[in-house]
Write a protein that binds this ligand. Structure first.
Ligand SMILES: [Fe+2]
Length: 181
C-alpha cells in the first residue's frame, strides 16, 4: 500500500478545515467503493488500489477557487481532477493519477468538453478500468460541501443532469455494473 496520508499532508495542513474535509470525504468514497468491490468478486477489483486512489482522487482541489470547501486557489473547481492527475504524475503515481483525471461527473468526453466550453484540456476524460469506474461511481454519492451520509441514487442522478445526457447514460451504465449502493 502507498502512504496516501503522507501524500495528502504534502499539500494540506493536518488539522486544518481543508485537510479534515478532504480526508473525511475521501474516506467516505473509499469505504463505499470497498464495500461495493467486496460485493462483486466476479469483477476482480484491486481493492487496495481502489482504496488508495479513492483517498487521493480529490487531491487537486486546493488549487481551485472554492472557498466554501476551504480551497483558495485560482483555477475553476472543475479542473481539480486533471490538476490532481498532474500532482500524482509528478510523483510517479501514474495509475492513481488517472483516477483523478477520470472521476469528474461520470467522466467527460472530448466532445462534451468542447461543446460545453469547459475550462479543461481537450481530451477524453472517461473512466476506463473497473477501478477508475468504481471510484468515479462511489464519489457521486457524497457531497463535499457538507459531510453527510450517502445520497439516494435518484438524487445523484438528478444532480448529474447538469453535465448533460451523455453523463446520465454513463452513470446508468455504472449503476448496472456496480448496483445501487
Ligand atoms: Fe470526490
Amino acid at each position: 500500500m502507498i502512504d496516501y496520508i503522507s501524500i495528502i499532508q504534502k499539500f494540506y495542513t493536518p488539522g486544518s478545515d481543508g485537510y479534515n474535509l478532504l480526508v473525511e470525504h475521501s474516506r467516505q468514497v473509499a469505504e463505499l467503493a470497498s464495500a461495493i468491490a467486496s460485493r462483486h468478486p466476479e469483477l476482480n477489483i484491486d481493492r487496495d488500489f481502489v482504496y488508495e486512489s479513492a483517498m487521493l482522487h480529490d487531491i487537486g482541489i486546493f488549487k481551485t477557487d472554492a472557498p466554501s470547501i476551504h480551497c483558495h486557489g485560482n483555477m475553476p473547481y472543475i479542473c481539480h481532477g486533471y490538476l490532481g492527475r498532474e500532482l500524482l504524475d509528478s510523483m510517479g503515481l501514474h495509475k492513481h493519477a488517472l483516477v483523478c483525471e477520470h472521476h469528474t461527473g461520470a467522466g467527460l468526453t472530448k466532445e462534451e468538453i468542447e461543446q460545453q466550453g469547459l475550462p479543461l484540456p481537450h481530451r477524453d476524460m472517461l473512466p476506463t478500468t473497473v477501478e477508475e469506474k468504481l471510484v468515479c461511481y462511489a464519489d457521486k454519492f457524497f457531497s463535499k460541501s457538507r459531510i453527510c451520509p450517502a445520497k439516494p441514487i435518484e438524487k445523484v442522478r438528478q444532480d448529474m443532469s447538469r453535465f448533460g445526457n451523455g453523463t446520465i447514460a454513463r452513470f446508468d451504465e455504472l449503476t448496472k455494473l456496480f448496483g445501487t449502493p
